[in-house]
Write a new protein. Structure first.
Lengths: 189, 190
């Protein structure tokens, strides 16, 4: 997108569904990379240890308790940990939305070639793309992070297909490796 | 007719450093999550180790081995040592990472403190935050720190560079706004 391209304006109000999608995307982003791999490797190690203990009769008799504990830990880390965490996070999001902890619902975001502009009831900003820490997109929302723990969310339902493509082109061009998309690998962009 | 009461206000300009943010982050965590202080967490681990150790006779009579309770006690002892020595280091590193990730934080910011809110203005941002949005406020030897709210959840005002008059003014505004939620760093409520 060159500097003459029209900016994309998005006006929206956060709904309860958006709040749940935002938290789910944030949780997904937080569980990327190291944590996910570490949980899988640790889970596989626990299961391997359980199988090893169970297959050696002398050890099986003495360490039955350790074998059972390792199997439980392995299965939990491999299959239960992530879905459970996501469910808890999404339930918390709905509760937070009801309690008004998602801030002012009405917001406007403008993606111009130079900066991304945010407007809400008591907040205004025009942040150049290179000042942003990270951008993340999944199937429901677009998250823009000025820094760790601080996030501006744009629900994708508020963007038309053409607008979304323009925003994607802009973020890919301006943020490069700092723009992560669900299912995409950083080094392919 | 009585004259309307003059509203207190204070305008200051500051640029935060990583050291300021680290100090504010650690202070806020200690106040907001007292159960996560290293003394409490290490104490819990030692208690768990002690409880596991009391299971040794039972384990010897039932399982003919003391290995399980010894292993559990050992793990909790190691955990207590790790919490005591590494928790402050890890938290400090995390605070540093948060500060360095956010390029808006070290920018020069103008703040106007009013009795009910703070107005902030930097090169890229302008915001208005009511004190009621924050959970509490604390005064450390170098900083005033408020925690809570949506978005950037630490508000920091450096005392360095403020005249005694301005410091007093800021303290009056914040202690009046936060009331019982205004903490001194000794942990006592004001």
């Amino acid at each position: 997108m060159d500097s003459k391209t029209e900016p994309v304006n998005v006006n929206f109000a956060i709904t309860r569904e958006d709040a749940v999608h935002i938290r789910a995307a944030q949780a997904e982003l937080a569980m990327r990379g190291f944590y996910r791999v570490a949980a899988r490797v640790l889970g596989a190690c626990f299961l391997a240890a359980a199988v090893a203990l169970a297959s050696i009769p002398a050890l099986r008799r003495t360490y039955r308790w350790a074998c059972a504990a390792a199997a439980v830990c392995g299965v939990s880390l491999l299959f239960l940990w992530q879905p459970l965490l996501k469910t808890v996070v999404m339930a918390g999001a709905a509760e937070d939305f009801e309690a008004g902890r998602f801030g002012t619902p009405a917001r406007a975001v403008r993606f111009s070639p130079q900066a991304v502009e945010f407007r809400a009831e008591r907040y205004e900003a025009a942040i150049p793309y290179d000042m942003l820490w990270l951008a993340y997109e999944d199937k429901n929302v677009l998250l823009l992070y000025p820094g760790i723990g601080e996030c501006h969310a744009v629900p994708k339902r508020a963007l038309s297909k053409r607008e979304l493509e323009a925003v994607n082109r802009l973020l890919t061009d301006r943020m490069r490796q700092k723009f992560l998309q669900e299912g995409a690998r950083e080094w392919t962009k | 007719m009585p004259e309307p009461k003059k509203e207190r206000n204070l305008t200051v300009e500051q640029a935060l450093t990583e050291q300021d943010f680290r100090e504010a982050y650690l202070a806020m965590r200690n106040i907001a999550y007292p159960k996560r202080r290293r003394g409490i967490q290490a104490g819990l681990c030692l208690t768990a180790a002690g409880l596991a150790a009391t299971m040794i006779p039972l384990s010897q009579s039932q399982l003919h081995t003391a290995a399980p309770p010894c292993a559990v006690a050992g793990v909790f002892l190691l955990l207590a040592a790790a919490v005591w020595f590494f928790q402050p280091v890890l938290r400090g590193r995390r605070a540093g990472r948060i500060f360095r990730s956010n390029r808006l934080m070290p920018l020069k910011t103008q703040m106007t403190l009013l009795h009910d809110r703070v107005l902030q203005k930097s090169r890229y941002e302008r915001s208005e935050r009511y004190w009621t949005e924050f959970s509490f406020c604390a005064s450390t030897p170098r900083l005033f720190v408020a925690m809570g709210g949506i978005g950037r959840n630490l508000w920091i005002l450096r005392k360095e560079g403020l005249s005694e008059e301005k410091k007093e003014e800021a303290e009056k505004i914040l202690s009046a706004a936060f009331g019982r939620r205004y903490y001194r760093m000794d942990g006592k409520r004001r």
